[in-house]
Design a protein around this ligand. Structure first.
Ligand code: ZN
Length: 263
């Protein structure tokens, strides 16, 4: 502020001495603003010099427009806050190896899901080790690049926080507001048996997913439980998920000890 006042004083002096017009003050003010440096981080922008906006004159009035770099900064902030900053670099679609036909089919379907811009959900069920988290993370990477806010959460952490009075309200708000929520290891079977369910866990899962269903917020889920297991656990919960996923509900099954298949 002091700098601009000095500049105006100089301009004012020159005005009386050398006939500088009010228009040239305004021009100087814009130039001064555009040449000064800001303190924004995350990107070094030569256009706004890290202030996030650019001054210009419109009908003699100083106006500011948002600089293009703000979208890049927002994306970077989204990536940092997503909880996936490290993993989206390695778990990409390109890095997903397809050795079997079911992998090729699954990858194609999931890529198709990522390319679409509709608020559908994605559910990949199946035993651990089948690459579910890799593909869901690759989807999140694409959505983050598209400028969406993504939040990665492990189901067990969600369940713990929503079970506790002290953390419940704040976490519920956070989880229902997230533009895209990726829940990893949904309803993780304790002891590995997918037919075992905890009624309290089902109730919390329904409450959260029903809220996201009502708000039509994108939810991505990977789970050891395939849709059949969900249906056996709770029809209402399974119904919400199926309705939002449409065709993007996948199950990777072990057909024998060596082979997997996609259903
Ligand atoms: Zn900029």
């Amino acid at each position: 502020m002091e700098a601009i006042q000095n500049l105006l004083q100089i301009a004012g002096k020159q005005n009386s001495d050398a006939g500088i017009t009010p228009e040239s003050y305004d021009k100087m003010r814009c130039d001064w603003y555009n040449q000064s440096r800001g303190s924004l981080t995350g990107d070094d922008c030569p256009k706004c010099r890290n202030k996030g906006s650019i001054a210009y004159l419109q009908d003699g009035v100083e106006m500011h427009r948002i600089c293009e770099c703000m979208a890049i900064r927002q994306n970077q902030s989204n990536i940092t806050q997503s909880g996936l900053a490290e993993t989206i670099r390695t778990k990409t679609f390109d890095a997903y190896q397809c050795k079997e036909d079911w992998q090729t089919a699954l990858k194609e379907n999931v890529m198709h899901y990522a390319e679409k811009n509709r608020p559908q959900w994605l559910y990949i069920g199946g035993q651990s080790g089948a690459g579910k988290t890799h593909l869901c993370t690759a989807v999140c990477g694409v959505l983050l690049q598209r400028g969406l806010q993504v939040r990665y959460e492990m189901w067990q952490t969600i369940f713990r926080d929503l079970s506790q009075f002290a953390t419940r309200q704040e976490r519920f708000h956070q989880l229902t507001q997230a533009q895209v929520l990726y829940i990893d290891d949904f309803l993780k079977p304790i002891g590995g048996n997918v037919s075992d369910t905890n009624p309290k866990e089902i109730s919390i899962a329904f409450e959260l997913l029903n809220e996201r269903y009502t708000r039509n917020m994108v939810t991505i889920i990977s789970s050891e439980r395939i849709f059949r297991d969900l249906l056996a656990a709770d029809k209402a919960l399974a119904g919400r998920i199926k309705e939002r996923c449409g065709g993007y509900l996948f199950a990777i099954m072990r057909s024998d000890e060596k082979n997997w298949r996609l259903r």
